[in-house]
Write a protein that binds this ligand. Structure first.
Ligand SMILES: Cc1ncc(COP(=O)(O)O)c(C=O)c1O
Length: 464
């Protein structure tokens, strides 16, 4: 992590408003002018794809960007423009694109059949790798992060015979009912800080399900203790992103994760880490190893598949005995499908190596230092937060510790930054302040040069 805060901001809020609005308007026009083919595809798409996309997370402002292909650290849109890809498919792209080890593993597998609904040997090798990285003995596979966290919640309920779960305000765990609560709630819907109110993240979530999910604050063991004491013998467990990564990047304070485990266990409840995003990206054994607290359950997805559809759930001997004995029925036609486990094996054995993490660490250090220098030089109210291959600029002079502080960030900075990067040939994840960039194993210094150049232009445009 690197945090460097400017001593003061130089512009008045009116000037800032004017500069931000002008920068966004100008950059959105440049964006649209460069992408006529994407516009045509969007116009055609809305006639057959609801909203013109295949997942609502694919919508970008001012217009959806349609991709032609990717190679190494780059992706290419349908208008032929090259981008350094630091979107990384929302954190799945640690391997970069068409990595030779993934291509070889997938090609070798695809000609020998891709689906049997019977296991292939690669599944054992992937599970052995995950066991040694995350320190949990037993694993099962899924097809997505959503499925992994859904199984984790079911498991916690199955084991304890209790219905309530605890979830942190502002954490995203996929789109199954139990966790579609207080994901990105508006300030008006969240209730007082010492007693957060659960707000549905979408329509279609029944009130009865909402009532089963209790909301805690990130970095507050006290808020979890309160919920456990107010609902004695009723809480099955807690699911949490150990580093919040759907609210920029919010790091756990020292002792927080260990404190959670202790208080939950005291009350007979379980702890599940959702490492779908953090998994392989913050280090070889995720936040679990980086912060030294092994939960009862770890959920993985995204990067472990090397770009293919893959998720995993790991658990202690006791937790997974409920699966092994068939007490909790963990199933799925495509779980552990041969293509995914072949790619996952290549990812773990050949790509996400110690050496790769060292190289990524060097690129991260360069980004952190260079961006912090620009921020200090122009007096931008911002600082850099990074961990492993992930990083973001948080547009606040203060360290953000929970969702409520995150809510106060002016998202126009993030959108303007995204546009400057995009028009300058770097594809960052859309959705403003919620997301982070990803450095893949195929990025190099010249890719970082482009990111830094764009950031300098953005920072000067919005500070004058
Ligand atoms: C922390 C976290 N958990 C779970 C999910 C859901 O994963 P998926 O989109 O593969 O269902 C996401 C997706 O962004 C995520 O960020």
């Amino acid at each position: 992590m690197a945090v460097q805060l400017p001593k003061s901001t130089r512009a008045t809020s009116k000037e800032v408003d004017r500069r931000l609005d002008a920068a966004v308007a100008e950059q959105e026009q440049i964006f649209l002018d460069r992408q006529p083919r994407s516009r045509q595809l969007s116009e055609r798409a809305v006639r057959v794809l609801a909203g013109g996309v295949t997942s609502s997370w694919q919508i970008t402002r001012p217009q959806t960007v349609w991709i032609s292909h990717g190679a190494g650290s780059k992706i290419y849109d349908v208008d032929g423009t090259e981008y350094v890809d630091m979107h990384g498919g929302y954190g799945a792209g640690l391997a970069g694109h068409a990595h030779p080890a993934i291509v070889e593993a997938v090609c070798r597998r695809v000609v020998r059949g891709t689906h049997f609904a019977q296991p292939t040997e690669d599944a054992i090798i992937v599970a052995e790798e995950l066991r040694s990285r995350f320190g949990l003995p037993l694993w099962r596979f899924t097809n997505s992060g959503t499925e992994a966290t859904m199984d984790a919640v079911h498991l916690m309920r199955a084991i304890t015979g209790r219905d309530l779960i605890i979830k942190v305000e502002g954490c995203y765990h996929g789109h199954h009912d139990s966790v579609q609560v207080s994901v990105t709630p508006e300030a008006d819907d969240i209730g007082p800080a010492d007693r957060p109110v659960g707000a549905p993240a979408s329509t279609g979530i029944p009130e009865a399900i909402l009532a089963l999910t209790k909301i805690a604050s990130f970095n507050s063991v006290g808020s979890v203790r309160r919920l456990l004491e107010e609902n004695p013998g009723q809480v099955a467990g807690m699911i949490i992103e150990p580093i919040m990564m759907n609210a920029g990047i919010i790091l756990p304070v020292e002792g927080y994760l260990a404190g959670l485990k202790e208080v939950l266990h005291e009350h007979g409840a379980l702890l599940a880490f959702d490492e779908v995003k953090t998994g392989l990206t913050v280090g070889p054994g995720g936040a679990t190893v980086a912060y030294g607290t092994t939960p009862d359950i770890v959920c993985l997805a995204k990067a472990i598949g090397g770009g293919l559809v893959f998720g995993a759930v790991g658990g202690t001997q006791e937790v997974m005995s409920y699966v092994a004995k068939g007490i909790y029925n963990m199933v799925g036609t495509f779980n552990g499908n041969p293509l995914s486990v072949a790619a996952g094996r290549a990812m773990l054995e050949e790509i996400a190596t110690e050496h790769a993490y060292e190289e990524i660490g060097a690129l991260r250090a360069r980004i952190d230092q260079a961006l912090s220098d620009v921020i200090a030089e122009v007096g931008l109210p911002a600082h850099v937060v990074s961990v492993g291959a992930k990083g973001c600029v948080t547009f606040s002079t203060e360290t953000v510790r929970d969702y409520r502080e995150f809510l106060e960030i002016d998202d126009r900075y993030n959108h303007a930054h995204w546009l400057f990067q995009h028009n300058g040939g770097v594809f960052l994840p859309p959705w403003g302040k919620t997301e982070q960039w990803l450095i893949s194993v195929q990025h190099d210094s010249s890719d970082i040069d482009r990111l830094l150049g764009n950031f300098g232009r953005f920072a000067r445009a919005v500070t004058g």
